[in-house]
Design a protein around this ligand. Structure first.
Ligand SMILES: [Zn+2]
Length: 168
């Protein structure tokens, strides 16, 4: 690229995460408690929405993956606040010359009621991503009773994040 060009480069990253629904309540998505009766098995707080978005940010910026930066066998990860890990990742992306411009997250769960919490989840993710909540989409779906999600064995999330290069 020519020096002095103002054209920002943009990139897209994709993330996926799933956890077993068998742990200590509460269940958190994007830092928001969505169920006081469900919980996930995980080293950290097991926030699938935060994990999928974090992986998508890392993917867009080609910064490796969640397990590489925050290994689940690291004792420091026990009970870790996944939204704090996302904030750390956004700072890492910033240091590499990228800022988030948009995120789209789909939470896949059978009986967990996500819809009433969508706005709160989007607001929390937007804050961590350092963007306006109007550019963070949070959607929810089921698998129509199919597979490990349909049986209630687990919960998953997928995310797409767009980043733009920061001119410096
Ligand atoms: Zn996870």
């Amino acid at each position: 690229m020519t020096s002095g060009s103002s054209a920002a480069t943009s990139r897209v990253g994709w993330g996926f995460d799933a956890h077993r629904l068998a742990g200590e309540p509460p269940l958190k998505l994007g830092g928001v408690v969505v169920s006081e009766t469900d919980g996930v098995e995980a080293t950290s707080d097991g926030d699938v929405a935060a994990h999928a978005v974090t992986d998508a940010v890392m993917g867009a910026c080609v910064l490796g993956d969640l397990g590489e930066h925050f290994p689940s066998d690291d004792p420091e990860m026990a009970g870790a606040d996944s939204m704090a890990l996302l904030r750390e990742t956004v700072a890492m992306a910033g240091a590499a010359g990228w800022q988030v411009s948009h995120a789209d997250v789909t939470i896949v769960a059978e009986h967990v009621r996500v819809s009433p919490h969508r706005m709160a989840i989007a607001a929390g993710l937007a804050d961590a991503l350092r963007v306006d909540p109007t550019v963070v989409s949070v959607k929810a779906t089921t698998t129509d009773g199919l597979g490990f999600i349909g049986s209630g064995e687990g919960i998953a999330a997928v995310a797409v994040v767009t980043v733009a290069s920061v001119s410096r």
